[in-house]
Design a protein around this ligand. Structure first.
Ligand code: NAI
Ligand code: MG
Length: 357
């Protein structure tokens, strides 16, 4: 079988980590002995494209994605183009345009990686963040300069949109995911004491849906307390479901606690599979280290593993995850996690370890 992949490296280290991931995918396809192959089309969209063409992607870019089995994405954003322009013009345009409403972000505590979390059970932690990926605080509703106010008096409004349908499908997704995991526990995160409309709706839907999953332990928390919970009681967490903004913040916190932002993979899923899903590392384009060949490729390579699993190549996905863990266990790591290797060195080690795991 030939899988058609749309590849969007984007900006900064996005290009470097996607090249690393493709090298791994090519190797895996080669090793399959013709069982499967990847046919890849690369799209040069991003900030350079914007500076040349005045847009982050083609007008019909979202439409173009529809013919693919999956999208492999690097990162967007680079100095010279405002971040809200680049994010909305490419990543959010695709996620929302294709209704990839579930953003799944596992947090891996890999062997050999120095953690920033002091806890006796740190090696047994097994977290996954489930991020609502279609509405909430990223609904894009609002505007600037309301009521024509003059200089120094501007008013901006940014609204969060919560629909019962949107809340229900992501909460249900989190419960279904929890059922497949060891501890069978879901923590729902809001700030419904202060956000008294949308997040109260979310809480009510969570309470209702949780009744259908008596085998899953359900808990609710406020986002400020949950941030502390991540650090103080990490052993209690398993599946964490939160709104678009809160899960975005908590996933950076979680991956930093596990060692580095560079480790975290993610999948933007359309669980109904009406459209292709998109796989990307959690981190951004990291202009501070771009072009040096030192970016940690693990977030992006682990995202490729999530893509393999989504394409039905479950065995290959698990093997790739084992090869990543074996590589960090051997101490072959980039500088962000205390190693001395570069992007290419880590990538080659992962490929080498594929044969050993
Ligand atoms: P960032 O994630 O790009 O970088 C934050 C810090 O983590 C930096 O010090 C960076 O060097 C480090 N880092 C990130 N990934 C790393 C890796 N793989 N290996 C080693 N170190 C790594 O976030 P920042 O600096 O806030 O944003 C930079 C740009 O990326 C902005 O334009 C922002 O809008 C964009 N961005 C894009 C995202 C996406 O495409 N999904 C997500 C987050 C930010
Ligand atoms: Mg983020």
């Amino acid at each position: 079988k030939t899988f058609r992949l749309a590849v969007i490296p984007g900006d900064g280290i996005g290009k470097e980590v996607i090249a690393a991931g493709l090298q791994v995918l090519d190797h895996i396809a080669e090793e399959s002995g013709g069982r499967f192959a990847f046919e890849k089309d690369t799209f040069p969209w991003g900030c350079e494209y914007y500076l040349e063409h005045g847009k982050m992607m083609d007008e019909d870019g979202v439409e173009k994605m529809k013919g693919y089995d999956a999208i492999y994405f690097g990162a967007v954003g680079f100095p010279g183009v405002p971040d809200h322009v680049s994010l909305w013009g490419l990543r959010l345009a695709i996620c929302q345009g294709l209704d990839q409403w579930a953003n799944v972000r596992p947090i891996e505590f890999l062997p050999g990686v120095p953690r920033r979390l002091n806890h006796p059970d740190v090696d047994t932690l097994n977290w996954v963040l489930v991020r609502e990926n279609s509405e909430g605080e990223y609904s894009g509703i609002g505007g600037r300069n309301f009521a024509g106010r003059g200089p120094g008096k501007e008013v901006a409004v940014q609204s969060a949109l919560f629909t019962e349908h949107g809340c229900e499908r992501i909460i249900r997704f989190a419960f279904e995911l929890a059922r497949t995991r060891k501890r069978k526990r879901v923590l729902s995160v809001t700030k419904s004491n202060a956000q008294q409309y949308g997040m109260v709706l979310w809480d009510e839907v969570f309470a209702r849906v949780s009744k259908e999953y008596p085998d899953v332990e359900a808990e609710q928390g406020l986002v400020d307390a949950v941030a502390a919970h991540f650090v103080l009681r990490p052993e209690e967490l398993e599946v964490v479901v939160a709104s678009n903004l809160f899960a975005d913040i908590l996933s950076d916190l979680g991956s930093a606690l596990a060692g580095s932002l560079g480790l975290a993979p993610s999948a933007n899923l359309d669980p109904e599979r009406k459209a292709p899903s998109m796989f990307e590392s959690v981190h951004g384009s990291a202009p501070d280290i771009a072009g040096q060949g030192i970016a940690n490729p693990i977030g992006s390579i682990a995202s490729a593993a999530m893509m393999l699993s989504h394409l039905g190549l479950e065995e290959e996905a698990e093997q790739l995850n084992r090869a990543i863990a074996e590589t960090t266990r051997q101490g072959i790591m980039t500088r962000d996690i205390g190693g001395t290797h570069d992007t290419a060195g880590v990538t080659e080690a992962i490929i080498r370890n594929l044969a050993a795991v």
